[in-house]
Design a protein around this ligand. Structure first.
Ligand code: ADP
Ligand code: ZN
Length: 528
């Protein structure tokens, strides 16, 4: 009589169960693993938490020889190797953090065929000494992790990745598997062409993370809004809070601690020991909140992160998706919450203007930001917009803020005309440039000292905008900036007209705007 044990299972499935203790493969894992075991090349686009590691770990164990994993995440190699050693996989790494003796031991183990997996930093593979080392042992496969680093278009470009195209020439019989969680069509195409993977099997998983509730809220008092979110929806939960600057990381962490939330900071300015301690506390303790710059999280594998909050606007949709993707890897309901305001747009536009690099580079940064702004200002389902960005389709999800509390859109043409003409008059009648605050005071007809001093109460636009509140006007400015109908420059964020502004002023163009819901669904505290 056949019992479960006697039904033949593939080597791959057996390895999955025996070594990793999982019952079955997830999604595309099985197809990928079988393809690579059979000697085929593969390109794998799978969201964070999708289970990319097993796609090369299992074939490395099943195929003869050592799986060589190229990864830019030097800081995580020790953790990855420790995790493998713990389940009895023979693993090692070679990188610049080791001394000569440690490296020699790993090299000897590789040559003797005593390693299942060997992790390498990309720059190692461009060294002839490493290449001849690999010739002295047997390579089962090359896994190129974080393969989007080959893309100059993307936000994590690493020049060393370009050299990886030579792997195939030197070791034509060794299968290669390139993996990434970044999946725009452009990045995908660049991975395929730069790494010579045209013949490879292309495995594109769905990027939908249905258990993550996406919410983007107008930024009023971000720290208080965050505290409300944690207290009302995520008390005692583990979470990650992203801030743009080290300073705001520190301030926010202090604020949370002062309000009884257990939180620690994480950024590149902290000494190595503090960083390592805070990271390992986050991984081991329950319900700790890490307030961090984006330096935190690449490769962090904590299944029960219940929320990811952004207090500043991410620079790109890829970044946003990757950072929010660290929530809910266990599949349970989780929140991705972003607070976004006018100041974010002003600040990021300024950073792009003053960034190093050529015009083409600045143009790319601008396009990334525009896509992120479009996601913030959309009146459609956030998830659909996100999936569309990654070249995938979907239908309204019922689990994002715009689905739960549909924002109204309104005809903002007249408001836009008023605001743009105030900017125009300042510039052309007075030869002056001002920031949003002053322009809004003028529209509202406020007799502030700065208004009287500059005789701005004499302008024809003075007081013509009392139908909207100051907050609503800030929303108008933000959306005009997002739509490219207005520009900012300089340290004070002075407003300037763009070519497209002329179309609005000349009544050739309508402007649709998003009306913010007065309060957020899911949060009991009013934040508007
Ligand atoms: P990625 O690298 O794509 O972000 P990981 O490889 O780190 O994802 O996997 C994410 C989590 O899912 C890990 O905790 C991993 O152990 C788990 N996992 C992956 N595949 C399976 C599977 N087939 N069955 C159960 N758990 C899995
Ligand atoms: Zn939705």
């Amino acid at each position: 009589m056949a019992s479960a044990e006697t039904i033949p299972v593939s080597d791959a499935l057996q390895t999955l169960r025996r070594v990793f203790g999982y019952d079955s493969f997830r999604g595309e894992q099985e197809a990928i693993v079988e393809h690579v075991i059979g000697g085929g090349d593969a390109v794998v686009l799978m969201p964070t938490g999708g289970g990319k590691s097993l796609c090369y770990q299992v074939p490395s164990l099943v195929r003869e020889g050592t799986g060589v994993v190229v990864s830019p995440l030097i800081a995580l190699m020790q953790d990855q190797v420790d995790a493998l050693l713990a389940v009895g996989v023979r693993a090692g790494f070679l990188n610049s953090t080791q001394d000569f003796e440690q490296r020699r031991e790993v090299e000897a183990a590789f040559v003797a065929g005593e390693l299942d997996l060997l992790y390498l930093a990309p720059e190692r593979l461009s060294m002839e000494s490493t290449r001849s080392l690999l010739d002295r042992g047997k390579v089962a496969l090359f896994a190129i992790d974080e393969a989007h680093c080959v893309s100059q278009w993307g936000h994590d470009f690493r020049p060393d990745y370009l050299g990886l195209s030579e792997l195939h020439e030197r070791w034509p019989d060794v299968p290669r598997i390139a993996l990434t969680a970044t999946a725009t069509k452009a990045t995908h195409a660049e991975i395929v062409s730069r790494l010579n993977l045209r013949e490879a099997g292309q495995f594109v998983a769905s990027f939908d993370r249905p258990n993550i509730q996406y919410r983007i809220a107008p930024k009023a008092e971000p720290k208080k809004q965050l505290l409300d979110l944690i207290r009302t929806e995520h008390p005692g939960d583990a979470g990650i809070v992203y801030c743009l600057s080290r300073n705001s990381v520190e301030k926010t962490a202090e604020f949370l601690v002062a309000n009884g939330i257990s939180a620690v900071p994480y950024h590149a300015g902290l000494d190595t020991r503090t960083r390592a301690r805070n990271q390992s506390r986050f991984l081991r303790e329950e319900g700790l909140v890490v307030v961090a710059t984006i330096a935190f999280g690449m490769g962090i594998d904590k299944p029960d992160v219940r929320f990811v909050a952004h207090l500043d606007l991410p620079k790109s949709v890829e970044g946003y998706y990757q950072e929010t993707g660290r929530a809910g890897r266990d599949g349970l309901p989780s929140t991705a919450w972003l607070a976004y305001g006018l100041q974010d747009v002003v600040q990021q536009r300024r950073m792009i203007q003053t960034s190093e690099g050529d015009d083409a580079h600045r143009r790319r940064l601008s396009q990334h930001l525009d896509a992120m702004l479009a996601l913030c200002e959309t009146v459609e389902c956030r998830r659909v917009q996100l999936l569309n960005y990654f070249g995938q389709s979907g239908s309204p999800c019922g689990n994002c803020d715009t689905c739960l509390t549909p924002p109204e859109s309104w005809d903002g043409t007249i408001a836009a005309q008023k605001l743009l003409s105030a900017v125009y008059r300042l510039q052309h009648e007075r030869g002056q440039k001002f920031g949003a605050g002053q322009v809004i005071d003028i529209l509202l007809g406020k007799q502030t000292p700065k208004v009287t001093q500059n005789r701005h109460d004499q302008l024809t636009v003075f007081g013509v905008g009392t139908e909207l509140s100051g907050t609503e006007w800030r929303g108008v400015v933000r959306q005009l900036l997002a739509q490219g109908l207005l520009a900012v420059e300089g340290d004070y964020g002075t407003l300037l007209l763009t070519e497209a502004s002329g179309e609005v002023l000349g009544r050739k163009r309508e402007v649709r705007m998003r009306r913010e819901p007065k309060r957020e669904r899911g949060s009991r505290a009013a934040t508007a």
